[in-house]
Design a binder for this molecule. Structure first.
Ligand code: FAD
Length: 457
């Protein structure tokens, strides 16, 4: 039995005791949830407004998805841009994509201002694709990107790939060709099934360490108007005309605004005393999926990288309607007191959390998932040592998926006292940053253009 053991939590080396709420409290803005979304929302709110901010976390800072992810910094939606254009129209979809990419600048801004020491690695990331349909999908996305004046993704196709001739004329300016062996080298694979590669800016960081460090900065910088409590699950959020009260342990918090940064669906109730009920529509609109990952320590021979793989056959995925999709990151890692190692982390397999079921962070790792990841690596990652390797880390985390795959950022339509920055949808680091900034602008009273992130009930 291998416990849920994530490298990001391991690296926290946390010594700070959990301090739960022990009295009734008041704040201008209360933020529920201390993952990266909650902490960054607190940062931008404190920086943009003069609010007294209280952050309440049920467990410990950054021990949710933030402490159990792959830690890739990337700006894609787990939904093609073409679908977002169909749903929201061209302008809103492009602006949504641009907003997520603005997360890079926000990350820079935070690092520059706070001087945090969490290592952030940046590099060109790659995605391996293996079917005509995938190629066409990415070309269509790229056409929208070009038309919307977003930097195009670099799409590279294998010269040897015969189906290339079937690509419609209208897309020929959107890709280049190289010998397949060069394309496979970018993807660090020998698997001849890959006939295309996309490249775009990516990075990686330990988002738990980042959040924990940022909390330390906020406590020091805003001692007069920021506080946070851990081990303090919010049970009920009561919404009134111009304020909210929250039941936490045996205490009450009152605030003018509440921001839910809870990833989704955890165990709390929302009661709107000043309008239509929001509870069921909110809870029904965010579904849980458990993502599984494993990581091994390797010699320090290669530079940091992030590669996603879309292999051809449904070889690894039990669900015949789903895509096979694996993501790998490699980054420098301290091991046994020595800095000269890499950590190779791979994820991909997911399970849907049945409606109403409770996810336990404490449950052990799935041996089946570890084997699935290992099989995938043997077939696809040429630097995998092939023989039995020791997985130092094996972990799982819960992701909240909104029904349209788009993060929910903004004001609850039935009661503006409540705001959201949640719905991880598989990729949440940059969206959380953008969400934090947007929430702070709303709290500051700015008038914002409509966006694809606006909550609808
Ligand atoms: C396996 C996996 C791989 C991933 N890989 C990537 C990746 O490579 N790149 C990327 O960008 N994103 C990735 N993500 C998503 C990313 O980790 C999250 O979107 C991101 O961490 C955002 O976190 P969050 O703050 O919204 O949620 P969380 O980190 O889950 O934080 C929510 C917090 O709210 C607290 N909470 C919930 N309910 C209550 C309550 N009632 N009272 C008080 N507190 C409460 C929880 O305890 C938790 O700490 C991955 C996620 C998983 C699970």
């Amino acid at each position: 039995m291998i416990p849920n053991h994530s490298p990001w939590i391991h690296q926290l080396k946390r010594t700070r005791p959990v301090v739960p709420m022990s009295a009734d409290l008041h704040a201008d803005t209360v933020i529920v949830g201390g993952g990266i979304a909650g902490v960054v929302t607190a940062y931008f709110t404190l920086r943009t407004t003069n609010h007294r901010v209280l952050l309440i976390e049920a467990d410990k800072i950054a021990h949710g998805a933030t402490g159990h992810n792959a830690g890739q910094i990337t700006s894609y939606f787990e939904r093609p841009l073409t679908e977002l254009v169909e749903e929201f129209g061209f302008h809103l979809a492009i602006e949504g994509q641009r907003s997520i990419e603005s997360g890079w600048l926000l990350l820079d801004e935070i690092l520059a201002e706070t001087g945090l020491q969490t290592p952030v690695y940046r590099f060109m990331g790659y995605t391996g694709i293996s079917t005509f349909e995938q190629v066409l999908q990415h070309l269509k996305n790229n056409r929208h990107r070009v038309n919307g004046e977003l930097p195009p993704e670099n799409i590279i196709l294998a010269e040897e790939w015969e189906e290339r001739e079937k690509i419609p004329e209208e897309y020929v300016d959107l890709y280049t060709t190289v010998a397949q062996k060069d394309l496979l080298a970018l993807l660090e694979t020998d698997n001849l099934g890959y006939i295309g590669a996309l490249s775009y800016q990516k990075g990686c960081m330990n988002s738990a360490l980042f959040s924990e460090e940022l909390i330390g900065y906020l406590i020091a910088r805003y001692a007069d108007r920021f506080s946070f409590y851990e081990g303090s699950p919010v049970r009920t959020v009561h919404l009134h005309q111009d304020s909210a009260t929250l039941d936490v342990l045996s205490h009450t918090v009152t605030a003018q605004r509440v921001v839910l940064c809870t990833n989704g669906f955890e165990n709390f109730t929302i009661i709107n005393h000043a309008g239509a009920q929001v509870d069921t529509s909110f809870h029904d609109s965010v579904a849980g999926r458990i993502g599984y990952m494993s990581g091994y320590v390797a010699p320090f021979n290669d530079s940091p990288v992030a590669i996603s793989y879309f292999p051809k056959a449904h070889e690894y995925n039990e669900d015949p309607t789903g895509d096979d999709y694996f993501y790998l990151t490699r980054r420098p890692h301290e091991h046994e007191g020595n800095q000269s190692y890499n950590l190779v982390c791979t994820g991909g397999p997911e399970k849907v959390l049945p409606n109403g079921a409770v996810y336990s962070r404490e449950s052990v790792c799935s041996e089946d998932m570890r084997i699935l990841i290992d099989d995938f690596l043997k077939d696809n990652y040429k630097k995998h040592p092939k023989d039995e390797i020791q997985y130092e880390f094996c972990w799982h985390g819960l992701m909240g998926y909104t029904s349209n795959g788009v993060r929910r950022i903004g004001v609850e339509p039935y009661n503006p006292v409540l705001l959201y920055n949640l719905g991880c949808n598989g990729v949440g680091i940059l969206p959380s940053m953008y969400g934090g900034k947007r929430i702070a602008q709303i709290l500051a009273g700015d008038t914002l253009e409509p966006s694809i992130f606006d909550p609808h009930d």
